[in-house]
Design a binder for this molecule. Structure first.
Ligand code: HEC
Ligand code: HEC
Ligand code: HEC
Ligand code: HEC
Ligand code: HEC
Ligand code: HEC
Ligand code: HEC
Length: 264
């Protein structure tokens, strides 16, 4: 076959992400009734422009942020931006920013769950980032105030990896033999929120690797792990014995300093 399997995969990833990005943007641009923002007893909504007075640094980048066009129920339309996450701001403004008068979403993921209902379930899966216990926050990986909320989205996968290796320094490399998969992003193998699979893997068996190392279907149903660019090696027996990253196999899925084949 002349078509390069990794290139097909890249086209799928990048092509898919581009369409997905457009859909998201158009959702954000469309008026959309949201779930109620966090409530602050006694406070009323004042609108984003009031915040600019004291938080110029945050406000001036916000126009380009994913969340800039959110609309909450109860009128105020465009002006609901800041307060959709921080809650009604009248008391905060009146007191000149007194402690406890505004919501800081870093203190609890509940602010984000109010609109992203499905995320509560993802972070409750058996293997998940410890967001519920507060050890990791949504803000560690997402930018609420500027640009795309997804740090380094599809156009800059490397930047997205950067946000992961800030904490996971062991996966940072550089490795003498880096696994080509790293260039496609940590999320090609890990679900960043949570998963039923150990280590938050997107698949728990050889299918994780066959996403890219396409098996070549044969009449006998043989499983060929295609060492991209080289000839396919018959892995039928090995694949039945366990995962591709089991002891004695490819134990270094991120990269290796000693083994081209990522054995250890
Ligand atoms: C009159 C000035 C003033 C205005 C107007 C103002 N703030 Fe503040 N804000 C402050 C001060 C002072 C602090 C505390 C010091 C700091 O963190 O900068 C603060 C802190 C905050 C914090 C951090 C709170 C925490 O517990 O960590 C948030 C979030 C915030 N403001 C959001 C807003 C939003 C949203 C608006 C618009 C509705 C707004 N502010 C309007 C002065 C103001
Ligand atoms: C999508 C939710 C969201 C929106 C909308 C939002 N913020 Fe925030 N804000 C956060 C989160 C999360 C934090 C915690 C720190 C972080 O992750 O940056 C925060 C922190 C803050 C802080 C305190 C820490 C800091 O960075 O100085 C201020 C002040 C603030 N926001 C102001 C604003 C203003 C002003 C607006 C509107 C222009 C706004 N926010 C819109 C989510 C949001
Ligand atoms: C008032 C409702 C609301 C709140 C609160 C909210 N979001 Fe969102 N968020 C949205 C909407 C609407 C979108 C657009 C995509 C969609 O339709 O789901 C979005 C999109 C996103 C995206 C994808 C953005 C992109 O550029 O592709 C991320 C990531 C995200 N939100 C994270 C957060 C985080 C983290 C918080 C808490 C700090 C938060 N959101 C709070 C409504 C909200
Ligand atoms: C460990 C990093 C990390 C944390 C913590 C995290 N996210 Fe994400 N999130 C990501 C990455 C990376 C993506 C992009 C996934 C992709 O490209 O496949 C994403 C995508 C999203 C999206 C858009 C796509 C989707 O799945 O709907 C939303 C919305 C979102 N996150 C919300 C949240 C909220 C809300 C929280 C906190 C409760 C949170 N995230 C915590 C890394 C994280
Ligand atoms: C703010 C720091 C931080 C960031 C950023 C971060 N993580 Fe994590 N990650 C953690 C913590 C804390 C744990 C839980 C470790 C534990 O339970 O021992 C964890 C666990 C994991 C695990 C499971 C490890 C295990 O032994 O079960 C994987 C896989 C993982 N993270 C991948 C990622 C990816 C991919 C990203 C980027 C999208 C990312 N992380 C971003 C802090 C972070
Ligand atoms: C080719 C798929 C793949 C990619 C890409 C990938 N990982 Fe992994 N990762 C794995 C596998 C498989 C394991 C489980 C290893 C094991 O159980 O021995 C793992 C385990 C982990 C662990 C748990 C610690 C450990 O070594 O067991 C962390 C943390 C982690 N990965 C973070 C990352 C980060 C951060 C990135 C991106 C910079 C990344 N991974 C990219 C496949 C991948
Ligand atoms: C996101 C796509 C992707 C995934 C998923 C993936 N790989 Fe790779 N892999 C690559 C690319 C790209 C190369 C580099 C090929 C080249 O340089 O020609 C590579 C190279 C390798 C190599 C070194 C080349 C060789 O012939 O020995 C090994 C071994 C390998 N991968 C094993 C794995 C294992 C094990 C998994 C599952 C844990 C996996 N791969 C998952 C894309 C991927």
């Amino acid at each position: 076959m002349s078509t390069h399997p990794s290139r097909i995969k890249s086209t799928l990833i990048f092509g898919g992400a581009a369409i997905w990005g457009l859909l998201l943007v158009s959702c954000v641009m469309t008026s959309r009734t949201m779930v109620a923002p966090p409530s602050i007893p006694g406070a009323t909504f004042v609108g984003s422009s009031k915040c600019t007075q004291c938080h110029e640094d945050v406000s001036h980048t916000f126009a380009g942020a994913s969340h800039a066009k959110l609309i909450a129920p109860g009128g105020k339309d465009q002006e609901m931006g800041c307060e959709s996450c921080h809650g009604a701001g009248s008391l905060h403004v009146k007191t000149g920013g007194a402690f406890g008068t505004i919501v800081n979403p870093n203190q609890s993921p509940e602010t984000c769950f109010a609109c992203h209902l499905d995320k509560r379930a993802e972070f409750s899966l058996p293997n998940a980032h410890p967001v519920m216990s507060g050890k990791v926050t949504c803000g560690d990986c997402h930018d609420s105030h500027s640009g795309s909320a997804i740090k380094g989205s599809a156009s800059a996968i490397e930047a997205q990896n950067d946000s992961c290796v800030k904490c996971h320094t062991q996966q940072k490399g550089p490795f003498i033999y880096e696994h080509g998969a790293m260039r496609e992003g940590c999320v090609s193998c890990h679900n960043p929120h949570g998963s039923v699979n150990q280590k938050m893997l997107v698949a728990r068996d050889y299918n994780l690797c066959l996403q890219c190392h396409l098996q070549t279907p044969t009449a006998s149903g043989q499983i060929n792990a295609n060492a991209i660019g080289a000839s396919a090696a018959n892995h039928t027996t090995r694949a039945m014995q366990g995962t591709c990253w089991a002891a004695g196999c490819h134990e270094a899925p991120h990269g290796s300093n000693t083994s081209y084949h990522l054995r250890y």
